[in-house]
Design a protein around this ligand. Structure first.
Ligand SMILES: NC(=O)C1=CN([C@@H]2O[C@H](COP(=O)(O)OP(=O)(O)OC[C@H]3O[C@@H](n4cnc5c(N)ncnc54)[C@H](OP(=O)(O)O)[C@@H]3O)[C@@H](O)[C@H]2O)C=CC1
Ligand SMILES: O=C(CO)COP(=O)(O)O
Length: 356
């Protein structure tokens, strides 16, 4: 946190009498709890660790994940899942993708019919390449599902830095409710109906943040950074469109917006992993040192396999995979990318030249 800022909570707004739940006590769950509580809502904050619950209850802090942040407002931390979700008009899920289905499945019976359930998670499930909204649809189809994604570094939200996000849901009532609950003078919520595209964009950009962190470690330059971000956008939209997403979603906050922030900020955990590897650290050591989730590592493996199955060219994904898992030299991979067949800029206008 910069010296000029404080992450201490502002005076919460007057109580609204509205009850919501946040599930997952990490960085993002904490940041979203803070926004919701400052907006005057009662927030049941579910996490699995008793000590952490006690700390939030007694100190208003969650030092393991957000050491400089003080929470205020009507926040009710708990390890009791039923107590958290019972009667909540909206439930926000910030559980890493690896554990997402297990948590939902274990507690499926505790969700109520028609409850609004919003995934904040930016990842993909290994088996079957399912996104989190698809898991929700499979496990708790009685609920009304949405996805929140966008350029949303948790630390900045907790510091009340101006931020925008996207709520994607098929039902207008879900979109409107989330806009009302979360929107405030530093957090603006835009709406989209392309749930799959918004969610896939959030997961895919983590891969390119790792690449961008590496490029930064190697001081490749500003032109290189612009090339990388733009070609990442081309690659992720090519992949997403082949799976049925709307390419226009990638022009919005959940697409290019999130890609920019995570590819340019050392506050991004995925960027930091790429930076550490670019400086010569082993991937496993970098992950252990981070101590938080960097979804891009898992997503990289899944997307590489899926793209190969579908025959979708993804040279950046392929190159990063070779560096992380086949001991390829970063410089050889960069050279291979730079000398590949010259190609189309915007393939929705001029089709790509087919390479090998
Ligand atoms: N941080 C950010 O800036 C943003 C994150 N996201 C997304 O939000 C999701 C969560 O990320 P974030 O909060 O940052 O991650 P963190 O690594 O900061 O925290 C992960 C949290 O999930 C909890 N958790 C892990 N496994 C389980 C489980 N089986 N049951 C219950 N709780 C579990 C952890 O609990 P414990 O401490 O007990 O292990 C911890 O509270 C990710 O998909 C991420 O991509 C989205 C936007 C921004
Ligand atoms: O998704 C994020 C910002 O929008 C957070 O990115 P990291 O998970 O890389 O920190």
């Amino acid at each position: 946190m910069s010296d000029s800022k404080t992450a201490t909570s502002a005076h919460p707004s007057a109580p609204t009498g509205r009850q919501v739940a946040v599930l997952g006590g990490g960085s993002f769950g904490t940041a979203m709890t803070k926004v919701l509580a400052e907006n005057g809502h009662t927030v049941r904050f579910w996490m699995r660790n008793e000590t952490q619950v006690e700390e939030v209850r007694t100190q208003g802090t969650n030092t393991r994940y957000m050491p400089d942040v003080v929470l205020a407002g009507d926040i009710r931390p708990t390890t009791d899942f039923r107590e958290a979700v019972h009667g909540a008009e909206a439930i926000f899920l910030a559980i890493p993708s690896k554990a997402f289905r297990d948590v939902i499945r274990e507690h499926a019976a505790e969700f109520e019919d028609g409850q609004v359930v919003v995934s904040l998670t930016k990842g993909i499930e290994k088996d079957g390449f399912r996104l989190m909204s698809e898991i929700l649809q499979e496990e708790i189809p009685r609920t009304r599902i949405g996805v929140l994604s966008g350029p949303n570094l948790a630390q900045e939200i907790a510091e009340r830095d101006l931020t925008a996000t996207v709520i994607a849901a098929k039902e207008p009532e879900v979109r409107n409710r989330v806009q009302q609950l979360l929107g405030c003078d530093y957090f603006r919520v835009y709406a989209n109906v392309d749930v799959y595209g918004v969610e896939l964009a959030g997961a895919l950009k983590n891969i390119y943040a790792i690449v961008a962190g590496m490029a930064s470690a190697l001081s490749l330059g500003e032109n290189a950074r612009a090339m990388l971000i733009t070609r990442s956008l081309a690659e992720m939209s090519r992949f997403a469109v082949s799976l049925g997403a709307n390419p226009m979603t990638f022009m919005g906050l959940a697409g290019v917006g999130d890609l920019i922030v995570t590819c340019t900020s050392s506050k991004s955990r995925n960027f930091r992993i790429g930076y550490a590897v670019g400086k010569g650290q082993e991937l496993e050591d970098a992950v252990a040192e981070l101590g938080q989730v960097a979804e891009g590592i898992r997503t990289l493996q899944l997307v590489k396999d899926k793209a190969e199955d579908m025959g979708v060219p993804m040279p950046l994904v392929g190159g990063l995979h070779k560096i992380l898992y086949s001991d390829a030299s970063i410089h050889d991979v960069i050279n291979g990318l730079m000398t590949a067949v010259q190609n189309s800029d915007v393939e929705f206008i001029l089709p790509r030249t087919l390479s090998s």
